[in-house]
Design a protein around this ligand. Structure first.
Ligand SMILES: CC(C)(COP(=O)(O)OP(=O)(O)OC[C@H]1O[C@@H](n2cnc3c(N)ncnc32)[C@H](O)[C@@H]1OP(=O)(O)O)[C@@H](O)C(=O)NCCC(=O)NCCS
Length: 163
């Protein structure tokens, strides 16, 4: 079984009752610019038309979540996050595999994302998965907080670094 199908099998759709837990993680993981509860409600209202959101749970509750925005042939990573208690064990990779699989299922040709230029763990994850640096958005996350724009082609290019 491929890693992508394994990932899909172990995640489930994010539902409105997950938002409270997700918002707590959001404030912890994105202290500078967390999405509000209302933003998550707004995103889920657009599922499945232009959005796809999934969560992963451990015995304590939601410990990872991921969101995708698609307007084929393009897709954007809306969010990807792993609770500190579960980081470094492959869950981020699992979430990204599922997101890529969903973007492909929706017939998207390329996947974009923005990431803070100082977010080394996330940039390492993306580069390991075939994302390339496309540009930089000045002050995207606030004064002095630039974003790196990254892109991965989804057609005719698996894009994943083989280890
Ligand atoms: C980025 C994030 C999702 C990674 O999740 P994770 O579950 O820890 O990642 P994984 O265990 O699946 O690691 C996969 C790869 O990511 C990279 N990575 C993860 N943590 C890393 C770290 N602390 N330093 C460097 N690279 C790291 C590595 O390439 C790693 O592969 P390896 O373990 O073979 O070296 C997680 O750190 C997170 O939620 N961070 C806070 C939220 C955030 O910044 N999200 C991204 C917004 S753009």
């Amino acid at each position: 079984m491929s890693s992508e199908s394994t990932a899909v099998a172990t995640l489930r759709a994010m539902r409105w009752w997950d938002i409270e837990q997700v918002a707590v993680l959001e404030r912890e993981l994105f202290a500078h610019d967390p999405w509000s509860v209302e933003q998550f409600w707004g995103e889920l209202a657009r599922v499945p038309e232009s959005r796809w959101f999934a969560v992963h749970e451990d015995s304590l509750g939601v410990d990872g979540y991921v969101g995708l925005y698609t307007v084929a042939p393009e897709a954007d990573v809306q969010t990807i996050a792993v609770a500190p208690r579960s980081q470094g064990r492959g869950l981020g990779q699992l979430l990204l595999d599922a997101l890529v699989a969903e973007a492909r299922r929706r017939d998207c040709a390329q996947l974009f994302l923005e990431v803070r230029v100082d977010n080394a763990p996330a940039i390492a994850l993306y580069e390991r998965n075939g994302f390339t640096r496309e540009g930089r958005r000045t002050d995207y996350y606030g004064a002095g907080l630039d974003a790196l724009v990254m892109r991965r082609r989804l057609r005719d290019d698996p894009g994943v670094e083989q280890s």
